[in-house]
Structure formats: structure tokens, C-alpha cells
Design a protein around this ligand. Structure first.
Ligand code: ATP
Ligand code: MG
Length: 428
């Protein structure tokens, strides 16, 4: 049937042989088979078997109960890789978020509960035989994405499939077949019922795996999903949105946080933070992405060094690195306001500045709170204000970062302050 022959790792054939010799029919299923049909090799081999988890654990000596509830057992093979074996299943009850499953006797049942035809092809690694009851291979070669069975029903069983459809269509450049498309657009408003974690994981998959995520993101928007799940981005006018997804597209795979920050750069900071919190990212990730998303553009290379140091003082080295990548991607996308030369020049200037190790934080100052106390000052909020003024003084001229010079500066600050206070008193 197919001209493309999958090549399964030896360990996969060993697992299948072992199970079949014990009397349990076993197939390769899911992403690896689909990828093989497209001529791509996959490392993620999922196997579906008639053996129950208990039987699987009896047959293999090294197993891991990865998802006993779902009937999934990990088998550690001799190649050191863990392969997931899932007992044939059938959905008994679904509510759009969770499914109640029971074990099934036949691979047909197992395939018919899978989401899309291209994901519902089984391949037998020993007999090199495909089992494709829903025409997944034909859809794949026609560049078409379609649900297994009635689209409305399948999406209502699990709304996450809407996002999966957009992700697969984007990643493999497939056209979503009309009935499937109309159905998912009509049901997109129900996505809010999904847990934030599942919604987030889908977005992160698009951002981390897809070499051309603008397609999936465009589909998110066309389908009305952005409006429902990410209204903060949905509110962007079209030009800004197009620019943002082009930049995301020009950033490398495997850097989802960088891509997320690029997507959020046109959004106002409070909205971006709100969105990140809703996604339930860790505090550290929320903070890192929000900083990058809201940082002011890299300063132009011909600016006064003081301004470059002020920028570095405010944003730090990590943001400098991330933002350089984002601005380079923006220049490459041809949509940014800067060309590649300008971005690289800014970045080199900032790096050159950093190499001189200038004081950039209050902690870098040659004077600290203890010194202020010794100078007879009473600790309080005024300490922070003075230290910040000193930092500004030092950012203008790093050579000034010496105890004696700063102590002198403190005197001047105090004088100015008391004059100001007197002045204010006078004007009362
Ligand atoms: P990826 O390359 O993203 O891992 P995949 O096809 O392997 O793609 P998985 O999420 O790993 O996707 O799931 C493996 C298989 O399980 C799918 O190919 C599909 O057959 C089935 N599947 C996964 N999630 C669902 C779902 N929500 N509804 C129906 N079937 C699903
Ligand atoms: Mg997979």
C-alpha cells in the first residue's frame, strides 16, 4: 500500500516479537507511524497492544508504570530507551475534558478513538504491514487533516483536539478539511472549559517544536482561538500581529520562552503578565518572559555610553541576550524597523560596554548602607534613594565608583536635599 517503509529500532521489533510470541497482538501507532509516512524518522515510538498492563509487566523485567490509569506501561529496552506500551482502549464516556476508557479487544477500536485520520494509522513492525481503516495515508498525501468520524462529536469529546488540529495542520502544512474546520470554529468558544495546563502545553508545543509556527498561530487566529484563549493578543491590530508572528517564526525551535516573549512584545506589560499568570507558568518563567517582552528596544549603537549603561542597568545581561536574538529575528523577518546591521551594532556596543565591567547595580557601588551609617545617617528609605542617586552618578562615569568620591557625592546630595527641604518650607 505505501511506498514509504518505516524503519523501527531493533528494540521496538524485540518488544513486539516478545509480546506476539506470548499471544498478544501489538502494533506501532500514533506519531511515529504518521511521521514515517511523511518520510520523517521519529524517536517516539508508541505501541498499542492487546496485553493488559499487568500482563505487560509480567512479560518484561524492566517496566515503569507511566500511566497505569490509561493502561500505559513503559518498557525499558536494551537500547536504554523507554518505549510506551498502551493496552488497546475504547472510550466509554467523555465530557470534553476527561475520558473514561476501558480496555478493548481489537486494534480497530483503539484506532477509532484517535483524533485525526493521520494519527490513526497502525503499522506492524514485524510484518511491515499498515492498518489504516480511516484513510490516514491518503489524507496525508492529499495534505488534508480530518477527524476520525463525526467532527462535532469528536471535538465535543475532547476540546483539546481543536488545538491539536491547528497544531498538526500548521506543523505539517495540511489543509483542514471543510467539515472539520467548520466544526472546530463553531466549538472554539468551548475551549475555555479546558484546564489552563493543557491549553498552555499545546501552545508551548507549537512554540518549541514547530519550525514554522506562524502557520499554526495564524490558524489559531483564523479559527477564533486567539480571541477566546488569548484576548490580550487578539486585541492587536492585524499589522502588529503579523509582525509578531513573523518574528516568532524567525526564532529557532527549542526556545519556547523566547518565542513567547516575542509574541508578547506588542502587548502592554500588565496584559502580558496577566496572560502568563493564566498560563500557570512558574514564577521564574513568568518573570523572565515578562521582562523580555516588556524591555525597551536595544539602544542604538551611536548613543552616548551613559545611555547604554543605563539600559544595561535597567535590563541586565540576560534580557540583552534574549532581546538581541528577538531583534535579529525581527530584522531577518524583514518586518522590523531595524536592519540586521543596526541590531548587531547595538549588541556589539553593549557587549563591549559589559566587558569593561561597569558598576550597573546598587550592589556594585563602592559604598553601601553600612558606610552611610558610619557617615552618621539614620537608616530608612532615604538610604535607597541616596544609593540610587549614586548609581546614576556612577552610570554617567564609571571611574567615579570609589569610596572617597562617592562619600563626597553623598555630602552634596544631602546638601541639595536640605536646600530643597528648606526651599519647600519657605514656599509654605
Ligand atoms: P507529537 O509529534 O506531537 O508527539 P503525536 O501524534 O505523537 O504527535 P501525542 O500527543 O504524542 O501526539 O499522542 C500520540 C497519539 O495518541 C496520537 O497520534 C493520537 O493517535 C492519540 N491521541 C493523543 N491525544 C489525543 C486526543 N486528545 N484525542 C484522541 N487521540 C489522541
Ligand atoms: Mg508523540
Amino acid at each position: 500500500m505505501s511506498t514509504v517503509r518505516p524503519i523501527a529500532p531493533g528494540a521496538v521489533r524485540w518488544i513486539v516479537r516478545t509480546l506476539e510470541e506470548a499471544g498478544y497482538e501489538t502494533w506501532a501507532v500514533g506519531g511515529a507511524v504518521r511521521d514515517a509516512l511523511m518520510g520523517r524518522t521519529s524517536v517516539d515510538w508508541d505501541l498499542a497492544t492487546k496485553a493488559t498492563p499487568k500482563q505487560v509487566r509480567r512479560i518484561f523485567s524492566r517496566t515503569v508504570p507511566v500511566g497505569i490509569d490509561h493502561g500505559t506501561v513503559g518498557v525499558l529496552a536494551r537500547d536504554g530507551v523507554m518505549y510506551e506500551l498502551t493496552t488497546f482502549r475504547r472510550d466509554v464516556q467523555t465530557d470534553g475534558r476527561h475520558a473514561l476508557v476501558e480496555f478493548a479487544e481489537r486494534i480497530e477500536d483503539d484506532l477509532s478513538r484517535r483524533d485525526f485520520t493521520i494519527n490513526a494509522v497502525a503499522w506492524h513492525p514485524l510484518r511491515d504491514e499498515f492498518y489504516d481503516p480511516f484513510g490516514g495515508e491518503e489524507d496525508l498525501s492529499a495534505g488534508r487533516l480530518r477527524t476520525v468520524g463525526d467532527a462535532d462529536q469528536r471535538f465535543k469529546e475532547d476540546y483539546l483536539r481543536i488545538l491539536r488540529a491547528l497544531r498538526f495542520a500548521g506543523r505539517f502544512d495540511l489543509k483542514i478539511e471543510d467539515v472539520t474546520w467548520r466544526s472546530l470554529v463553531g466549538l472554539a468558544y468551548r475551549l475555555q472549559t479546558l484546564s489552563p495546563e493543557r491549553i498552555r502545553d499545546e501552545l508551548i508545543k507549537v512554540l518549541s517544536i514547530d519550525p514554522s509556527p506562524w502557520r499554526a498561530l495564524s490558524l489559531y487566529r483564523e479559527a477564533g482561538v486567539i480571541e477566546v484563549l488569548y484576548p490580550e493578543i487578539g486585541a492587536l491590530r492585524e499589522g502588529l500581529w503579523d509582525d509578531a508572528i513573523s518574528v516568532v517564526n524567525a526564532l529557532p525551535v527549542g526556545r519556547p520562552k523566547l518565542r513567547l516573549a516575542a509574541l508578547l512584545r506588542p502587548v502592554v506589560e500588565s496584559d502580558a503578565v496577566g496572560l502568563l499568570v493564566r498560563l500557570r507558568l512558574s514564577n521564574a518563567d513568568t518573570d523572565a518572559v515578562a521582562r523580555l517582552a516588556s524591555a525597551t528596544d536595544l539602544p542604538s549603537a551611536d548613543l552616548d555610553p551613559t545611555l547604554l549603561r543605563r539600559w544595561l542597568s535597567r535590563h541586565g545581561r540576560t534580557v540583552m541576550r534574549g532581546l538581541s536574538r528577538i531583534e535579529i529575528a525581527s530584522a531577518r523577518s524583514g518586518r522590523g524597523s531595524k536592519n540586521l546591521r543596526m541590531v548587531v551594532d547595538s549588541w556589539s556596543r553593549l557587549r563591549a560596554e559589559l566587558r569593561t565591567s561597569p558598576p550597573l547595580k546598587v550592589d556594585d557601588l563602592a559604598i553601601d548602607g553600612g558606610d552611610l551609617k558610619k557617615m552618621g545617617l539614620k537608616p530608612g528609605p532615604v538610604f535607597g534613594e541616596i544609593l540610587n542617586e549614586l548609581l546614576e552618578h556612577v552610570l554617567e562615569e564609571p571611574q567615579r565608583n570609589q569610596k572617597a568620591i562617592l562619600a563626597h557625592e553623598v555630602e552634596k546630595i544631602l546638601q541639595r536635599r536640605s536646600v530643597k527641604i528648606d526651599g519647600e518650607a519657605d514656599s509654605l
